[in-house]
Write a protein that binds this ligand. Structure first.
Ligand SMILES: NC(=O)c1ccc[n+]([C@@H]2O[C@H](COP(=O)([O-])OP(=O)(O)OC[C@H]3O[C@@H](n4cnc5c(N)ncnc54)[C@H](OP(=O)(O)O)[C@@H]3O)[C@@H](O)[C@H]2O)c1
Length: 350
């Protein structure tokens, strides 16, 4: 197929490379020509760079992989979309914070009615997309109101090495919006399919973004309390700066004794002061002190409940657990609890 990839950043380059490897003809476009040209040169035959309008003019399928706020402008620059399948992979996510402005697929279809709209790939992180050592192919959600576009897009998702999960029609796109129950890749395909069925049957709790990661973590929490303290501390450090933290995490883990709660709780004022000046760590005194205080609270939880799993199992639902965690632990707000649960759930077997 002839595919235009609008956006030559992390997502556009990753999916474009995968489609090119599967034999498709891929044209990259962005506002600046440098990255599209570099990708075309890297991939060689069947890979091209063009302007946005030029790429779309020659394409049967268009992948939109630009930042959410740039989508409308990019599509206006694209010229006629008549009859083309347009796959929107964009999210309104500015510095890791969810925007309220995520465009529904319906509103995009209203604004650009001549395209055949699909939303796909927006719920899968590019780290997972680019990792070719999966135990099983990652599942990719897609929604569309166009019954003929659906099989073509499912085919393209498979060509990229992923497993398509049809989430529904044009009015279902909010189910895979940032922050939704299905948005992050914490579930196996079977768990995701079961969750889709629960949501579609009208189970309101299932659609809640805290519930699935909470239930998975509660049911499979490892015995090691350091696992809990590490994910808790990561949520604390990530507040506001999650991308920076991602890069520094190995150093932070070392500085905090592998998150062994007893060792962190026993850190002396001198050791805490040294950590505050440790270049491996995000040097935020409030977060460092919160981590030590939280380790003490983890020990208190272990004292009262015996294990993290028993602590989690003591709550009737995710929201009660979340309220208790926000009360007990320092520097942990709503987003922090959500991050803690999704990263812990992702790392538990299940
Ligand atoms: N990163 C993830 O894990 C992930 C996963 C799923 C979905 N998404 C979504 O996918 C989209 C792309 O994410 P990304 O991580 O690939 O971002 P990125 O690395 O910042 O790349 C964005 C690309 O869009 C281009 N661009 C920006 N404005 C444009 C415009 N008006 N017209 C044409 N091209 C434009 C940029 O190049 P120029 O500046 O040269 O134009 C760049 O090539 C975002 O909406 C993001 O939310 C991201």
């Amino acid at each position: 197929m002839k595919i235009a990839v609008l956006g030559a950043g992390r997502v556009g380059s990753t999916i474009g490379r995968l489609w090119h490897a599967a034999g498709h003809d891929v044209t990259f476009a962005a506002r600046h020509a440098t990255r599209p040209r570099a990708l075309a040169a890297e991939l060689g035959e069947r890979a091209h760079a063009a302007s946005v309008a030029g790429a779309v003019a020659g394409a049967e399928v268009v992948l939109v992989a630009v930042p959410g706020p740039a989508v409308t402008g990019a599509l206006q620059a694209a010229g006629p979309l008549d009859g083309r399948i347009v796959i929107d992979a964009a999210n309104w996510l500015v510095r890791g914070v969810f925007g309220q402005q995520q465009l529904s697929l319906r509103s995009l279809a209203d604004a650009f009615p001549r395209a055949r709209w699909v939303r796909a790939f927006n719920s899968l992180s590019v780290g997972v997309m680019a990792d070719d050592n999966h135990r099983e192919p990652p599942w990719v959600l897609f929604v569309s109101g166009d019954q003929e576009a659906k099989p073509a897009v499912a085919h393209l998702i498979r060509d990229a090495g992923f497993d398509p999960v049809d989430l529904g029609g044009i009015d279902d796109s909010q189910l895979q919006d940032p922050g939704s129950a299905l948005w992050t890749y914490t579930l196996t395909r079977d768990e995701a399919t079961a969750l889709v069925a629960r949501i579609k049957s009208g189970d309101a709790a299932a659609a809640d973004p805290l519930t699935a990661p909470f239930e998975k973590f509660r049911d499979h929490a490892p015995d090691d309390p350091a696992f809990f303290l590490e994910h808790l501390s990561r949520a604390v450090f990530e507040a506001g700066i999650w991308q920076v933290v991602q890069d520094k995490w190995d150093g932070i883990r070392e500085a905090f004794h592998g998150f062994d709660p007893a060792q962190v709780a026993a850190m002396t004022p001198a050791e805490i002061a040294a950590t505050e000046n440790d270049a491996r760590v995000i040097r935020n005194k409030a977060k460092i002190r919160a981590t030590v205080q939280n380790a003490r609270e983890v020990l208190a939880v272990l004292d009262s409940y015996g294990s993290i799993r028993a602590y989690l199992a003591s709550f009737p639902d995710a929201h009660a657990a979340s309220a208790d965690m926000r009360r007990r632990f320092k520097f942990l707000g709503d987003t922090g609890v959500w991050r803690l649960l999704i990263s812990a759930a992702r790392d538990t077997g299940g």
